[in-house]
Ligand binder design. Structure first.
Ligand code: GAL
Length: 658
């Protein structure tokens, strides 16, 4: 049993709670998450705590053998608190105006008042339920730093930033030198002169921006770690987790944010996120996935999340039907809720909780589906969760089994920031670049881990850096010590720690792994692609497209040219240890290049139909057919299937043992 649900007893009359709990039990649910937005119900007036309703709700649920995950209610500071301490509110970095009360996440991570008040309410709720037998664990806050809240332009943030800078650089001369503030007369005489890099006439100094992002991320982490400390002090026997969302939405270093947790949780909204991520795709391409999600989108997030977790992760919120926050909000095709739940398990989840039990009758999310409709009838998600639960039991899947991979992609928040600060071309999008590298590997049926740049590389045959402008200390030594082949995408090794140019030209320190140099860089419009020739299999040329980012590559004589631009100059090169790709390309180029490399490195690939994916966990392999037509994988006709077969129905899955 490993399913759960997010429930808001405070939204419904108490007379409904018992029936709700019984139905949750009959659906086979085990966990119920409560109270992440309930501060005003818990403490309607300062110091006047109302626990009766929460006690009662927990008792009703536990009488039906449901276990509870409680949340610290800090994502929604109540009105009385904001009125008492108005400087809790964050300041918009694009306008300099205060972001008001009336939604959620209206707090500044640098506000000392909010820090104190958050720890106070955390301690109160933690003390109350530390020994409750039905409360098994805690979720901290809710989707920390979502809604662009990592950055605040407040006076509190400015003072804290100056302190942070002083600690990092120690002397103002060191900061001036590190950043190069002599450019445009930006030299400082003391730390108190340094403003936040916002609201200036034109672009602010990139090193200043990077420092501000590092600082802002540290503020979120400090707040979160302090909250975890309070929970650990009060509740040593309950787990602590947090519901993460992709890093691009939080601007926070998820590796660091996850460190003090027992395990990590993720909120999975495949359609909402596909809608935002592919907003600029052609209608034909977009329609293909608008009711299923893109075949690599959720799995990419799951693999990210697995990379920051120390144990199998949870899906704390799973989309059950249309959401309300995309540009448009399609209904998932029948079967997709079950399909996504399986996908999460295949990539390392041990629990799937659906968001939410019943569609809310009022307020901001009244158009967001639930497992039940507002009239209490069952929505399709009910039946899909039920089916998933049955299949899971039947399959014998071990939910503690690790997901193993011989291929890793290095992900780095810091490098995401660098590429956002300095895009150099409007069509350059670092998230898209990383996603396309991932997609190319997944189309070959390979499991992929996401790892931090300071990881140990042992156990991997292939380590891929879609882009790694700042190469951390020790990276080259660790790469040399490992048996893996390293693939670097454009921009890698091009910057120093302070976001200045690598003095020996890009790829900087990586020249110790592969003797190439970048002489110049150009970016082009996304629709101005040019030929890119991959020299594969006996140097036969195969033509693909070079897009958006092109580097002029100088290749030493002991390095092989792997791809060429139209004018015959080198576009990619490789030696035994590493490959350097100097251009962005179509995904087909990457797929062919990785297929060639896999053959060389002894990685087992499988030629899959366009919308079919394969994921392996423990002794099971799971096929996912994202397409609307039947797909046959002849190579697997002899495999031992425990669910489905090598002939996959539309939007269906199949499981076989390896
Ligand atoms: C999540 C959030 C939930 C709810 C949900 C709607 O990101 O954590 O509170 O708003 O989105 O899809």
């Amino acid at each position: 049993m490993m399913l759960g649900v997010c429930y808001y007893p405070e939204h419904w009359p108490e007379s409904m709670w018992q029936q709700d709990a019984k139905e949750m039990q009959s659906l086979g649910l085990k966990y119920v998450r409560l109270a992440e937005f309930a501060w005003s119900k818990i403490e309607p007036v300062e110091g006047d705590y109302h626990w009766e309703w929460l006690d009662k709700a927990i008792d009703v649920l536990s009488a039906c053998e449901l276990s509870v995950i409680l949340c610290t209610p800090t994502a929604t500071p109540p009105k009385w608190l904001i009125d008492k301490y108005p400087s809790i509110l964050p300041v918009d970095i694009n306008t300099g105006t205060t972001r008001g009360f009336g939604s959620r996440r209206h707090y500044d991570f640098s506000s000392p008042d909010y820090h104190r008040e958050s720890m106070r309410i955390t301690r109160e709720i933690a003390k109350r339920y530390a020994n409750h037998p039905a409360v098994v664990g805690w979720q901290t806050d809710n989707e920390l730093a979502c809604h662009d809240t990592a950055h605040s332009g407040s006076e509190h943030a400015k003072a804290a930033f100056q302190k942070w800078l002083k600690k990092r650089y120690e002397s103002i001369d060191a900061l001036n030198r590190a950043w190069g503030t002599v450019f445009w007369s930006m030299e400082y005489q003391n730390f108190e002169q340094i403003e936040l890099p916002i609201l200036a006439v034109t672009e602010t100094h990139p090193s200043h921006q990077l420092a501000y992002r590092r600082f802002s991320s540290d503020q979120v982490i400090r707040y979160h770690n302090d909250m975890i400390t309070v929970l650990r002090e009060c509740c040593p026997n309950q787990f602590v987790t947090h519901n993460f969302i992709p890093m691009v939405d939080t601007q926070t270093d998820n590796f660091a944010l996850a460190k003090a947790l027992d395990f990590v949780s993720y909120d999975n909204y495949p359609l909402g996120r596909t809608d935002l991520f592919f907003a600029d795709a052609d209608a034909e391409d977009f329609k293909r996935y608008m009711r299923t999600g893109h075949p690599d989108f959720s799995s990419c997030s799951f693999d990210h999340i697995r990379g920051i977790s120390k144990a199998p992760f949870w899906i704390m919120e799973q989309q059950p039907g249309p959401v309300n926050w995309g540009h448009h909000n399609p209904r998932p095709l029948p079967g997709m809720v079950r399909f996504w739940s399986w996908e999460a398990v295949a990539h390392g989840a041990q629990t799937v909780c659906y968001f939410r039990w019943r569609q809310a009758a009022f307020a901001q999310e009244q158009m967001h589906a639930g497992i039940k409709r507002v009239d209490n009838s069952k929505s399709p998600a009910w039946y899909e969760a039920e089916r998933f639960n049955d299949e899971l039991l039947q399959s014998g899947m071990d939910l503690q089994a690790p997901v193993e991979s011989e291929v890793a992609i290095v992900m780095s928040t810091e490098n995401q920031w660098v590429c956002e600060i300095e895009r150099q071309g409007d069509s350059y999008n670092q998230q898209r670049v990383e996603f396309e590298y991932y997609s190319a590997l997944r189309q070959l049926g390979l499991n992929v881990d996401f790892i931090a740049a300071d990881s140990d590389f042992s156990g991997y045959k292939l380590v891929v850096m879609p882009t790694l402008p700042i190469v951390p200390d020790g990276f080259v030594q660790r790469a040399k010590a490992s048996d893996a082949h390293f693939v670097f995408g454009p921009r890698s090794g091009s910057k120093t720690e302070e976001l200045t140019l690598a003095p020996n030209l890009a790829p900087g320190v990586l020249q110790a792994l592969i003797a190439v140099k970048i002489l110049s860089v150009e970016t082009l419009r996304a629709d101005c692609d040019e030929p890119l020739m991959l020299l594969h299999q006996n140097n036969q040329g195969k033509q693909f497209s070079s897009v958006c980012w092109r580097e002029e590559l100088e290749v030493a004589s002991d390095v092989n040219v792997l791809a060429k631009y139209e004018d015959g100059s080198a576009a990619a090169a490789s030696n035994e240890k590493a490959s350097y790709i100097a251009s962005l390309s179509d995904v087909a180029f990457l797929k062919t290049l990785f297929a060639d490399l896999s053959r060389k490195l002894g990685l087992q690939t499988l030629e899959l139909p366009k919308d079919v994916r394969l994921s392996k966990r423990g002794q099971f392999s799971i096929l996912f057919n994202y397409s609307g037509t039947k797909q046959t994988i002849l190579e697997l006709s002899k495999a031992q299937f425990v669910l489905g077969s090598h002939e996959l129905n539309p939007h269906d899955i199949a499981i076989f043992t390896s």
